[in-house]
Ligand binder design. Structure first.
Ligand code: FMN
Length: 379
């Protein structure tokens, strides 16, 4: 599967297989899509100053929250991937398990937590939005506790759904609203249409928000994600949840510090892949300040990583672990579970190759970011 080596090829292949509105749902971001572009550009522009003479073990394994993984990267939570097909959540979770990397299930995934855990043979990390009815949130947390999920990731950067112009233009709704344009789009991709027919309407079985009168995507998402998240909620979750707790969507050192003080185990530096605030800073540019404030906790990052070398850049800027979103969704759309597994193996190889070439671990290896040299993170 040669196309899995190159994100642009993967994206093209997914575009060919999906109707336009489904591709746009995954590919699109907020406003003029500047934040999404900045995320990717920041990684492309960051320069590694290598020390190839530094001896380095050829090993990528890493430990996170007392578990060992094959590499310091994983799969970011993505809700609504049933828009590709009804097997997406399970197949991606299985690919992650087969490649031994973390997989984060979204609370607005289209498959239940229990079904994903059963099918993948291990309990996923679980991402949480806060629905307007908080009792639904605590119900899901208790289910995750029963299943022994190792990590909860509370997403805080969705106080409102970002203005995603492509979805508005496509009049994206759940269930799908048919128009002449969508019919033409689907007729050109009969395999996609058939898979959706077999699966039936998209379900959101995790938060179990009643969906009867929510017929457009923004309304449904608002009810699933529109609850108020404040420090009190984070303290309550900390008391209720025995395993690791991460806060996702952090871009400031003061938020990371406060999360640490409240007993959170770390933060995910992220701007939601540019899908929320179009003016948000590139996640790589926020990383080193946040990592310095996390003080021994885990600093994860997502938004804009497109290859294994980007994982090394993230690590050099202070991340313990990095997550991929769209590359995984496009791999699945392009070639199913096998393509996701191929992508994960290639990313791991690219990461290893970059580490060896850079002499990762040498005190002389640094990252040049926006004209500032970032000192290497303590490993
Ligand atoms: C289709 C799609 C659905 C997403 N759904 C969620 C979600 O349910 N919860 C969440 O915290 N982030 C969600 N995100 C954001 C990702 O977790 C992640 O922050 C982002 O995709 C990383 O950027 P990248 O796509 O450039 O790798 C979603 C992203 C995409 C592309």
């Amino acid at each position: 599967m040669d196309y899995v080596h190159d994100f642009r090829e993967l994206r093209r292949s997914a575009r060919r297989r999906l109707p336009g509105f489904a591709f746009d749902f995954i590919d699109g971001s907020a406003g003029r899509e500047a934040a999404a572009a900045r995320n990717v550009q920041a990684f492309a522009d960051a320069e590694i100053h290598p020390d190839p003479l530094h001896p380095r073990a050829r090993e990528t394994r890493c430990a996170l929250f007392n578990q060992s993984y094959a590499a310091p990267f994983g799969i970011a939570p993505m809700g609504g991937l049933g828009i590709i097909d009804g097997r997406a959540d399970i197949s991606i979770a299985r690919a992650a398990a087969a490649c031994d990397v973390p997989y984060v299930l979204s609370s607005v995934a289209n498959t239940s937590l229990e079904d994903v855990a059963r099918a993948a043979g291990r309990s996923p990390w679980l991402q949480l939005y806060c629905p307007q009815d908080r009792s639904l949130l605590f119900g899901l947390v208790d289910r995750a506790k029963d299943l022994g999920c190792p990590v909860l990731m509370l997403t805080v950067d969705m106080p409102m759904v970002g203005k995603r112009l492509r979805d508005i233009r496509n009049r994206l709704s759940i269930p799908f609203r048919w128009s002449a344009r969508t019919v033409i789009d689907v007729v050109a991709r009969p395999r996609w249409g058939l898979a959706q027919l077999v699966n039936g309407p998209l379900q959101f079985p995790n938060l179990r928000v009643p969906a009867d009168d929510a017929d457009d995507l923004a309304t449904l998402m608002a009810r699933q994600t529109g609850g108020i998240i404040d420090w009190e909620l984070i303290a309550t979750l900390r008391d209720r949840w025995p395993n690791a707790l991460l806060i996702k969507g952090v871009q400031s050192a003061s938020v990371a510090r406060r999360a640490h003080q409240l007993g959170c185990d770390g933060v995910v530096v992220s701007n939601h892949g540019g899908r929320q605030l179009d003016g948000a800073a590139a996640s790589l540019h926020s990383l080193s300040a946040v990592a310095a404030a996390t003080r021994g906790g885990v600093t994860a990052i997502d938004s804009g990583l497109r290859c294994g070398e980007d994982v090394l850049k993230a690590r050099l800027a202070g991340a313990s672990v990095a997550f991929f979103g769209r590359p995984v969704a496009f791999a699945y759309a392009a070639g199913g579970q096998a393509a996701v597994e191929a992508l994960l193996r290639i990313l791991r190889h690219e990461y290893l190759c970059a580490c060896v070439q850079a002499g990762e671990g040498s005190p002389d290896v640094q990252l040049l970011l926006r004209n500032e040299l970032v000192p290497p993170a303590a490993s």
